[in-house]
Design a protein around this ligand. Sequence first.
Ligand code: NAP
Length: 275
Amino acid sequence: MDINGTTKVYGIFGLPVEHSLSPAMHNAAFSALGMDCCYVAFHVSPDMLGNAVNAMRALNFGGVNITVPHKEKVIPFLDAVSEEASFIGAVNTVKNESGRLTGHNTDGRGLMRSLSESGIAVKGRKILMIGAGGAARAAGYYLCREAATLYLYNRGVEKGEALAMQLNGLKGNVGLIDKDTFGNTDFISGVDVIVNTTPLGLKDDDPMPMDMALLKPYHTVCDLIYKDTRLLRRAAALGCKTLNGMGMLLWQGVLAFEIWTGVTPPADVMKKALG
Ligand code: NAP
């Protein structure tokens, strides 16, 4: 990479951010396209978030990704947010146009691209989403529009209720289920696709996000975590089709790249850079 006086800077703000795969993915695309741009990971603590966002204007960054723990907190520092980011209440992509910062959220569309690329149909199907955090809001925003029914289960009832109510404003097809239903064989048997949006599985000794005894070979099991979690490995061993979060990471990055540059990046190059 040739960094020079005209190189446009992009990056990611997060904490921790050192592990991020986004620099490799975006730099590979800039390089493949011969674009005079670079992408850097910035360690931004919560008390410095406002300063970091203002620095985008001061230093004329092209744009940044926003990751944990700033996706919600960044919104007040921006000039505008897209309709989807506003609904989701979280931003993962900021574009800088002459000092005017607009927030977007490409996570949900990234998941949908990953599902379709993997041949996993969601249209007209019964989907169970586990979790009601930021990733669930982004995923649910798109999943409920495609699904016949989107069932939602969350450990914390109030948060689950709030998300179900909000998503029901879109198509009216979201059902919040309680713990008993979540553990009920007949209920799980009637579901087609299960999507884990909780961080359970990041560590190999985490408990399973659901009762594995209820899974049937015809279930499709997706995890937003970037690797093949214990949930996915056990589901695959049972004969289920599975999908991890790597494709979602790739496609949210492809979409962010398009928002910043107006250029469609080579997804195959970005995928290879993710390893
Ligand atoms: P978050 O906002 O903190 O939400 C976490 C959700 O998981 C909450 O609903 C929480 O339930 C639930 N949860 C957490 N610990 C739990 C436990 N021990 N038992 C049961 N439920 C638990 O997090 P997030 O931003 O949504 O991220 C969730 C996951 O998605 C992370 O692993 C992240 O890496 C992944 N993600 C992947 C991508 C991608 O591109 N592939 C993008 C975004 C996020 P309560 O409400 O009860 O606390």
